[in-house]
Design a binder for this molecule. Sequence first.
Ligand code: ZN
Length: 331
Amino acid sequence: MKPYAFGVDLGGNAIKIGLFQTTGNLVDKWTIPARLEDRGSHLLPDVVDSIRAKMESHSLSWESVEGVGMGVPGPVGQDGTVLRCVNLGWDVLNVPQAVRELEPAIEKLQVANDVNAATLGEMWQGGAQWNNSAVMVTLGVGIGSGIVVDNKVFVGSTGAAGEIGHMCVNPKETERCTCGNYGCLEQYCSDTGLVRSAKQVLEEMPQAASVLREGEITPQAICEAAKKNDPVATEVLDRFGQLMGQALTAVACTVNPQVFVIGGALSQGGMVILKPIETYFRRYAFHAFRNTPFVLAELGDDAGIYGSVRMLFDDVKLDEELELGLEELEL
Ligand SMILES: [Zn+2]
C-alpha cells in the first residue's frame, strides 16, 4: 500500500477533498467551489487541478499515491459510471475513464454514491469502527441510508437500495412527498418534516407552554427545546422516534446489520435525536435483533472523504450487480 490517497466528496454546492495517509490519518482537507455550468463539465478537471496543486505544495508525486476515491450524489454503476446525477448536471458519465483522461498517472480510482461512501467512512474511522456490516441513516433535507454488508456496499438492482426516506409509513397522508407519493418517511422525519410536525403538535396541544410558539421553528430549535423538556418539542421527537423506529425495524428485518449509525445534519441534535429512535426500535423489533446498537456518526461532513479513501482498499467490494439498462432507468 502506498502512503497517501485522496478522497473527494462531490456535492452540488461545494467539492470537499482530503489528503490522507492510507493508515487513516487525515493530513489536509480543503473545499473548492462546484462549478455546475456547462452540464458539470468543469467539475472533474477542477478536482484534478486542485489535487495536483496540493501535491505540489506537499512535494508529493503520484508514485506515493494509492489512488483517488470519489463520492457523488447519485446512483453509480459497478465500473464507476454515474447514472444521471441531477445535482451535478451530469447525464451518464464514466467517471474513472474521464479522470484517467485528465491524469493517466492515478493508479486506483473508485467512485460510489456519497451516502455509501460516508457509511464506509464511519466504519473505518468514525462511529461504526470494528464492524463489517452497518446501515448508516442520514437525516437532513431528505433521508437516505447506506448499506454495507460484509464490507460490501449494497446498491440494489436499480441503485435504489437504502432509499428509506421514501418508505411509506402513512398511507393516509394527503400531502404529496417530493417523489410524488404520499406518506413517505421523510415527510415526517427530515428537517422539514420535523418543522411540519412541530406546527401540527402546537395546534393539537393549545394549552401546552412551549418556546416553539415564539420565533422561527427550526430543527435546531426543536432539539434545544427538547433538551429542556419542552412538552411540544418532546412530543414532536417522540412521534419522530416512533416512525424512525418503525422504519428501522423494517430495515433490520431485511439487513440485520451489526450497527445502525445515525448521521446527517439532524444528528447534531445528539441524544435527543438518537434516544427516541432507539427506544421505539427496541419496542417494535423482533427479539433476534432487538439489541442492535445505535451510534451517532462521528465524522460529520468528513465521512464522505474518509469513505472515498476506504474504497481504494482491496477488502471493500463495490457492488458488481448493478448493470442497468439505461433506457429503463427513470430517475
Ligand atoms: Zn417520497
